[in-house]
Design a protein around this ligand. Structure first.
Ligand SMILES: NC(=O)c1ccc[n+]([C@@H]2O[C@H](COP(=O)([O-])OP(=O)(O)OC[C@H]3O[C@@H](n4cnc5c(N)ncnc54)[C@H](OP(=O)(O)O)[C@@H]3O)[C@@H](O)[C@H]2O)c1
Length: 280
């Protein structure tokens, strides 16, 4: 199979897009393409905004952002739309029962099942911890778009996944290794963070061990590696949009958290970087 990369927009005309990276032309719905492009544009805007304004939740929470809500409900409401939008969009596609789309469906939905239904229950929120509802609306918008794009892509447009020999492709194995490593780093780091507080405690401590030996936010680094791996393994433009949006969201937050740790803890490890070991 010859694989050629053609930038999506270069081949776009009157509602059709040639997905030549799959070696086959497929018509793509105009709405789908518009949402896909919007996510790339939104990523650029979010990156610039978040370099100026720290998203006001968790350790960067502050008053003046309107009504607020319990942190567990906050996470549930933010993440549920991704789980639902992906599931519905995926099931509507003609290849929903094909092996490789199903494989990637399990990876995506497994992540969001955990984030929406399990992660909120494992949190140890601050005593006075409330998170602003306005962030839920923003996250819901992105998560609906992201779930729709990824679910639809896998079961409707990913022609290269509909043949059973995709597992021989080096993009699949390299991407899957990245995905698994990213999940492990993200989950371990979140586990360390959650256990810095005893039950009923509210304060903040310096996290140690694992990825924290190198960076202040290994949970965000893991998330970035995870979704980059997903995009590569599925060879998916929707996955790429997700990975880029994740970077636009989490790199500025990691920089802000790193500054926050340094300002708050005089004994903060000097060699630790924000998100990229040894670099940033
Ligand atoms: N894909 C995306 O675009 C995206 C966007 C955002 C988040 N996420 C993922 O969602 C998960 C949570 O993100 P987050 O931004 O909430 O992470 P976070 O700010 O690191 O907080 C995670 C949890 O640990 C607690 N915590 C953090 N640092 C602490 C410290 N030094 N001492 C004691 N407790 C501490 C927080 O409490 P407080 O809430 O009280 O601070 C919170 O309960 C991560 O896995 C992240 O990768 C993904």
């Amino acid at each position: 199979m010859e694989i050629r990369w053609h930038p999506a927009l270069a081949r776009y005309s009157t509602g059709h897009l040639a997905l030549n990276w799959c070696g086959e032309d497929r018509p793509i719905d105009t709405i789908y393409l518009a949402v896909l492009v919007s996510v790339f544009v939104a990523a650029a805007i979010v990156l610039v905004l978040l370099l100026w304004i720290d998203a006001p939740y968790g350790k960067h929470g502050r008053s003046g952002w309107g009504p607020s809500i319990n942190p567990r409900l906050f996470w549930f409401l933010m993440e549920l739309p991704a789980f639902a939008a992906f599931g519905i969009s995926y099931l509507l596609g003609p290849h929903a029962l094909s092996l490789w789309p199903l494989f990637f469906c399990v990876l995506f939905e497994g992540h969001y099942f955990h984030r929406a239904f399990i992660y909120p229950l494992t949190l140890r929120p601050r005593q006075d911890g409330r998170e602003p509802m306005v962030l839920i609306l923003m996250a819901m918008t992105f998560n609906l778009a992201n779930g729709y794009l990824n679910g639809t892509y896998l079961s409707s447009y990913a022609v290269h996944l509909y043949s059973t020999d995709w597992f021989r492709d080096p993009r699949f194995s390299a991407g899957l290794i990245l995905f698994v490593f990213g999940v492990a780093l993200n989950k371990h780091s979140d586990h360390v963070l959650r256990h810095l507080r005893g039950p009923g405690e509210s304060g903040y401590r310096i996290p140690q061990g694992g990825g924290f030996r190198f960076v202040s936010c290994p949970n965000y680094l893991g998330e970035l590696i995870q979704w980059s791996g997903f995009a590569l393994a599925a060879w998916s433009p929707a996955g790429l949009a997700f990975a880029i949006f994740t970077a636009a969201n989490l790199v500025p937050r990691a920089l802000a958290s790193h500054r926050w740790y340094i300002a708050r803890f005089p004994d903060y490890p000097a060699a630790r970087k924000a998100i990229l070991p040894g670099l940033l």
